[in-house]
Design a protein around this ligand. Structure first.
Ligand code: PLP
Length: 363
């Protein structure tokens, strides 16, 4: 059996987490304690940005960033059709209109030419997604934002630690949203998220929003919400953050082995641009007989995934949205029928990678 993802931790890390959690429970420090501040400082430093705010989920991080930046009713926000729904729901929840564009089939990333064509006088922001732990084409997107006075909000939910021309994911736009869903490269023991920014006024606004809009306890100067990262999760995340660079390096070695050996099979691999230092949250290949390959791998004990089987514009929940037209985003549609995520996690061995290759080759 080869797992798709393995969340087990080194024993010393797990023991350290339990010890710190026990201490926290004895002190009743469950909400917005020093542990949350400490993790926020550590993660901001890791992202090479000035501020980080722990919130309840990655969706919330994107939503509060937009709210804090004044994006809402009447605004259009451009994002990509081949992403997880968690990119799009926050746009809708703040009252803005999502405008979808297609991906570049070679990289699977948002296509900047299409973004340029989608800009209108109502556009207020671009939300690129660093899909699968590989950075979106940031130079082109930042140029478009600067030229048109737009906000760039990075969906970095899958890209903790990735770099683009040496800069960390989450440090290049006005703000970014990270998810700490357990299977992410940096995952909590439950849900969690963070907004990262170097804009101090945005940081101050979102700090209030996530905590009932409180100025100080029981004094509310703003309509906020309750969306805080739990202290217990902050302990887990701070301990795991110590290992993240090492884990990402391991993912890169596994990906590099996959690239070497899979070139000898019929599956297609995405083009990696040289400015990208990805963190391979997922390792995705494509093939026209994807379903057959997946079921054969499965019967041989090799677990796989599909990220994602339905592009955004084809979900039932968006049936009444103006972007919900069949055939509008041909690359996103074609990819969703062909892509397959192979096992990828830092505990995977090179002999497991080779076993996946042998099975694929036989198929
Ligand atoms: C690309 C992307 N955006 C947003 C999200 C939303 O994050 P969360 O599930 O923590 O709300 C996810 C999470 O899976 C994601 O993969």
């Amino acid at each position: 059996m080869i797992d798709f993802c393995d969340l087990s931790l080194p024993q010393a890390t797990e023991e350290s987490i339990w010890k710190k959690c026990r201490n926290l429970v004895r002190q009743n420090g469950y909400v917005l304690s020093k542990e949350v501040d400490d993790f926020e400082n550590d993660f901001a430093r890791f992202c090479e940005a000035n501020h980080c705010l722990g919130v309840a989920t990655g969706c919330d991080a994107l939503m509060w960033a937009m709210e804090g930046l004044g994006i809402g009713r009447g605004d259009e926000v451009i994002t990509v059709a081949n992403t997880f729904i968690g990119t799009v729901l926050p746009i809708i929840r703040v009252g803005a209109t999502p405008v979808l564009v297609d991906c570049d089939p070679k990289t699977q990333q948002i296509d900047p030419d299409q973004v340029a064509s989608a800009i209108t006088p109502r556009t207020s922001a671009i939300v690129p997604v660093h899909l699968y732990g590989r950075l979106a084409p940031m130079d082109e997107l930042l140029r478009l934002c600067n030229k048109n006075g737009l906000v760039l909000l990075e969906d970095a939910a899958q890209a903790h630690g990735a770099r683009y021309k040496g800069k960390r994911a989450g440090s290049m736009g006005h703000a970014s949203g990270f998810s700490f869903y357990p299977a992410k490269n940096l995952g909590a023991w439950g849900d969690g998220g963070a907004m990262v920014t170097s804009d101090t006024s945005l940081y101050e606004k979102v700090k209030k929003i996530r905590n009932y809009g409180q100025e100080k306890k029981y004094f509310h100067s703003q309509i906020g919400w309750n969306s805080r990262l739990d202290s217990l999760q902050a302990i887990v995340l701070a301990e795991k953050l110590l290992l993240l660079d090492q884990w990402n390096e391991r993912r890169r070695s596994i990906a590099s082995r996959y690239y070497d050996i899979l070139s000898d099979t019929e599956v297609s691999l995405y083009h990696e641009s040289p400015e990208n230092e990805p963190v391979h949250h997922l390792f995705v290949v494509t093939h026209k007989n994807r379903d057959l390959i997946q079921s054969k791998l499965n019967s041989q004990g090799i677990a796989t995934g599909i990220h994602y089987p339905v592009p955004i514009h084809k979900h039932k929940c968006f049936a009444n949205e103006p972007f919900a037209k069949d055939g509008c985003f041909p690359h996103a549609e074609a990819q969703s029928a062909q892509l397959l995520s192979l096992p990828m996690h830092p505990n995977m061995t090179i002999s497991e990678v080779e076993k996946v290759f042998q099975c694929l080759k036989a198929i």
